[in-house]
Design a protein around this ligand. Structure first.
Ligand code: SAH
Ligand code: SF4
Length: 356
């Protein structure tokens, strides 16, 4: 069996591990300090631990770090990081300097968009991540390492985390929640729950599970269609959990005094009709949800495109006529600001070509 990655453990689990070996509990805190405060790259650098403790940790745990393959973008714009994992798989993270549209408020904060799986099994028709199918879940450490490595590379502190990269976070719920514990705790990366957003394409049973979680992180529902007809066309998951099932799970979530928001990509001729805006407003009203409208990012090899600016604004104004709090993303830099999954796909195809 492969040994666990050290960055997949919470302080409590590490403390229990030290206790099992008859070692003092404060050693566990020393380890998390080295990992998340001083940010060392090996057990050997944990110099206040006795040599035999370091040896035991080396035997018992893996200390891995993703390799940075490519960084795209400039300092004041969105930057994409492509990582190679220990087993050769590629994942990506995106660092966004300020992203008001994600929160519906102005902000000078830095947001990281994190991947939770290699590939995605849900195969939404418009998405690059789903194009090559699903490979595997990320371990908690591989999720946490995206933040650690991006902070190290950019020398910038991350304020917000959105799980909107490659993969379906709720299909990897156990590892996701473990990673969030590490990201959220005072001994870890210390990012507040309100600054952490999970995005899902609509896994209804897992949304009900999340409703029971004590922590106040944010939840975004990728709706992208306000009727079953439209959702069925672009999101295969809707055939498993249709709109009524999804919205009823959302009711449960909201009943726990938690808030959620809708994400709605605008795709020309697919989901941008006025009737969709009216229907969307009904759902948003029912759940007191904010709506983030996102003009579609072109994916190479896919047929979809974004509606005209005028059409986008019209859609937004219909939502507002219904008193819905809604934003429309109007950022520039779409050349690299493309949705997560696209950089990986390009690199994979390039490498395949080189091999061929
Ligand atoms: N699987 C989760 C989280 C990852 S996708 C989910 O679907 O919610 C994060 C967001 O990016 C989702 O709202 C997704 O629909 C959106 N997205 C995917 N491809 C896109 C594209 N080409 N242009 C704009 N947004 C896209
Ligand atoms: Fe997977 Fe989300 Fe892309 Fe759909 S939109 S294929 S669920 S990553």
């Amino acid at each position: 069996m492969v040994s666990p990655a050290i960055k997949s453990l919470t302080l409590e689990e590490l403390t229990a591990d030290f206790a099992r070996h008859g070692e003092p509990a404060y050693r566990a805190k020393q380890v998390t300090d080295w990992l998340y405060q001083k940010r060392v790259g090996s057990f050997a650098e944990m110099t206040n631990l006795p040599a035999e403790v370091r040896r035991r940790l080396t035997d018992e745990f893996r200390f891995v770090k993703p390799e940075v393959v490519r960084v795209l973008g400039s300092r004041d714009a969105t930057r994409k990081f492509l990582f190679r994992l220990a087993d050769g798989n590629l994942i990506e993270s995106v660092l966004i300097p300020a992203s008001p549209a994600l929160y519906g408020q102005t902000s000078d904060r830095r947001t990281i968009c994190v991947s939770t799986q290699v590939g995605c099994a849900y195969g939404c028709k418009f998405c690059a991540s789903g194009l090559e199918g699903f490979s595997r879940n990320l371990e908690p450490s591989e999720i946490v390492d995206q933040l650690l490595t991006v902070e190290q590379e950019s020398r910038e502190k991350i304020d917000n985390v959105v799980f909107m990269g490659m993969g379906e976070p709720l299909a990897n719920l156990t590892n996701l929640l473990q990673a969030i514990r590490i990201i959220n705790s005072p001994w870890g990366l210390e990012i507040g729950a309100r600054h952490i957003t999970i995005s899902t394409s609509g896994l209804a049973p897992q949304i009900r599970k999340l409703a029971q979680e004590p922590s106040q992180f944010r939840l975004a529902i990728s709706l992208h269609g306000a009727t079953d007809e439209v959702r069925n066309r672009i999101m295969p998951i809707n055939r498993k959990y249709n709109l009524a099932t999804l919205l009823s799970a959302c009711d449960d979530y909201v009943a726990q005094k938690k808030r959620l928001m809708f994400e709605y990509i605008l795709i020309a001729g697919v989901n941008d009709a006025e009737e969709q805006a009216h229907e969307l407003a009904k759902h948003a009203h029912r759940l007191s949800a904010k709506v983030n409208l996102i003009p579609y990012n072109i994916v190479e090899g896919l047929e979809w495109s974004r509606p005209s600016r005028q059409q986008q604004e019209r859609f937004l104004s219909i939502l507002r006529e219904h008193q819905i709090v809604a934003t429309l993303r109007r950022e520039k830099g779409q050349d690299i600001d493309a949705a997560c999954g696209q950089l990986r796909l390009q690199t994979k195809r390039l490498e395949e070509r080189e091999v061929a």
